[in-house]
Design a protein. Structure first.
Lengths: 348, 206
């Protein structure tokens, strides 16, 4: 009987041993960090993945797009081989995104609260790696909304701001979609590119409501992604190649479910109708690098120009990536990494 | 068609008459009525783990179908069951948890020992375990001991298996498990997992 039980237990013991083995494998050399920790703030537990070289105690915090994107999307081969070689990069699953978990009410989820989450992350980094740690904040797309909101709460925590195709004015995006979609469609028609497709884009812009309508907003948003694919097909911009390891890092079903939920919640809570930080951009005074893809249809480059004009910092620069749409870090990867490193090298 | 109806009814009645349903005489002792199970639990790609459990035979009915080639016995069982399991994503341990659930299983076993099961566990609990966690309250940052969260987590498993008469491992099973964790973030989280394992018992040998 005992022997029988022992035989049955063998496979279980093997699995337990494997659990222990994997849970102990953590490379935490300061010049080659590879750590995951959670930030618990206001009833949410949010993972931060820290990778790279922290010998100078400089941490680049990356705020993903979406809302509902995954932090580790940005950990591309290029990031690993360039930026992480020199500095530590903190990829962060925001509240409700990726594998973040918690227990809170829909009505509590605001951009304000999520900005406080980012500040909580900054505090944890300083607690864990030392008060002398220097932080640079980078936000892509929706991350540009969140980053701006964070800096407007407390920019003293950060030595620099990198706004990549960021949406500091979600409220203005609806009308800008209509204007910009029509403009790009007319430009492409004039060039004789994919006439049938761009005609459908013009039909869409003609058919949507002239004032904010949620369904129309998402129709235009989806069309922006399709239009960028069309620009790739017509060799107008480079194809995005993320080279990430999302399939390894995330239970994709779970992460996509969370993604849909947080997008719905923020939309219901007025993200695209009520939120605008344009009038407060002048309060941002830390060195700022603004990056936009010249042919960004998802957050049109008008917003980057507006950021440059309004951010209060004396040290600010706008870089336009000629062969990119919404995600230059995936379409002009080497140039992107080079510019990020140049910026951090300069302000550190 | 209508003229053939009496014939169909006659054949149907004959067929029904050829089935006998009887309440099976069940063993008395707890161990004789209980089977244990252990197996893989996860979704292969991301989360992997183990699940162990027990099934206590509550009710059993056998129906004997009389056929030309011999009788066929089909058994329906209702079992009270409980499970305890753990899964993790080995890559970065951001999705590690222990779960336990309790409920009722219906199982049909045909004369070849092939089984279909539906397992409904309305009483379920999932406890996540997070790696290194820091809690931020205002300007205070504190490390959290044994960080994680508890969720109500009912589940439903549907699957098939095979009885292995006379073997030490008395049966094997493959289930698709649907569970929900709630309240999770601002709502609920649906989770789909696969189960593959073996059953065994400590019945007294006769």
């Amino acid at each position: 009987m005992h022997r029988y039980t022992l035989n049955l237990m063998k496979p279980l013991l093997l699995v337990v041993a494997l659990f222990s083995l994997f849970s102990c494998s953590n490379d935490d050399e300061i010049d080659n960090l590879s750590e995951t920790f959670f930030v618990r703030h206001e009833n949410a537990d949010m993972p931060a993945y820290v990778h790279g070289n922290a010998t100078e105690k400089i941490f680049l915090i990356v705020l993903n797009g979406g809302p509902g994107g995954f932090g580790l999307t940005y950990r591309t081969k290029t990031f690993i081989e360039t930026i992480e070689e020199k500095y530590a990069v903190v990829y962060f699953d925001q509240r409700g995104s990726g594998v973040s978990q918690g227990k809170y009410l829909e009505k509590e989820v605001t951009v304000d609260l999520m900005a406080e989450d980012v500040l909580a992350l900054a505090k944890v980094i300083k607690e864990k790696y030392g008060d002398d740690s220097k932080l640079v904040l980078m936000g892509h797309s929706w991350g540009g909304t969140l980053g701006t909101a964070t800096l407007l709460k407390d920019q003293d925590e950060f030595m620099g701001w990198i706004d990549v195709d960021g949406a500091h004015d979600p409220k203005a995006m609806y009308l800008e979609y209509i204007t910009n979609h029509a403009k790009i469609a007319n430009e492409q028609i004039a060039l004789g590119n994919s006439l049938d497709y761009w005609e459908t884009v013009l039909q869409l812009t003609d058919s949507v409501s002239p004032s904010y309508d949620q369904d129309n907003f998402f129709d235009l948003n989806r069309e922006a992604f399709t239009a960028e694919e069309q620009l790739v097909e017509d060799d107008f911009i480079n194809e995005e190649n993320w080279e990430d390891e999302i399939g390894v890092n995330y239970n994709v079903f779970m992460a996509l479910w969370n993604s849909g939920q947080i997008l719905k919640i923020l939309t219901n809570n007025g993200l695209w109708e009520d939120i605008s930080y344009t009038d407060r951009l002048s309060e941002i005074t830390i060195p700022s690098l603004i990056i936009t893809g010249k042919h960004d249809l998802i957050v049109p480059s008008k917003f980057a120009e507006e950021a440059l004009a309004n951010i209060g910092s004396e040290d600010k620069e706008l870089l336009v990536f000629e062969r990119s749409g919404h995600s230059p870090m995936a379409s002009e990867k080497e140039l992107f990494a080079e510019k990020i490193l140049e910026f951090i090298d300069r302000i550190k | 068609m209508i003229k053939h109806l009496p014939l169909f009814l006659f054949l149907g009645c004959t067929h029904l008459q050829a089935q006998k349903e009887e309440q099976t005489k069940m063993p008395n002792s707890f161990l004789d009525r209980t089977e244990f199970k252990a197996g893989y639990f996860g979704n292969i790609l991301w989360n992997n783990g183990i699940n162990v459990g027990a099934e206590y035979l509550w009710k059993e009915n056998s129906r004997i179908k009389e056929r030309k080639k011999g009788n066929k016995t089909i058994t329906h069982q209702f079992l009270l069951n409980g499970n305890l399991g753990a899964t993790t994503n080995f890559f970065n341990q951001t999705n590690t948890g222990l779960f336990t659930n309790y409920g009722l299983t219906w199982r049909r076993t045909n004369h070849k020992g092939k089984q279909i099961s539906v397992e409904f566990n309305p009483l379920g609990y999932y406890r996540s375990f997070l790696p290194e966690t820091y809690e931020v309250n205002g300007d205070n940052v504190d490390k959290v001991f044994l960080a994680g969260r508890g969720y109500y987590s009912p589940s439903l498993s549907i699957g098939f298996g095979k009885q292995r008469k006379g073997k030490k491992l008395t049966g094997r099973y493959f289930n698709v498990n649907f569970s929900v964790r709630t309240d999770y973030n601002a709502g609920s989280l649906p989770v789909v997992s696969l189960e593959y394992g073996y059953r065994f018992n400590f019945k007294k040998k006769k």
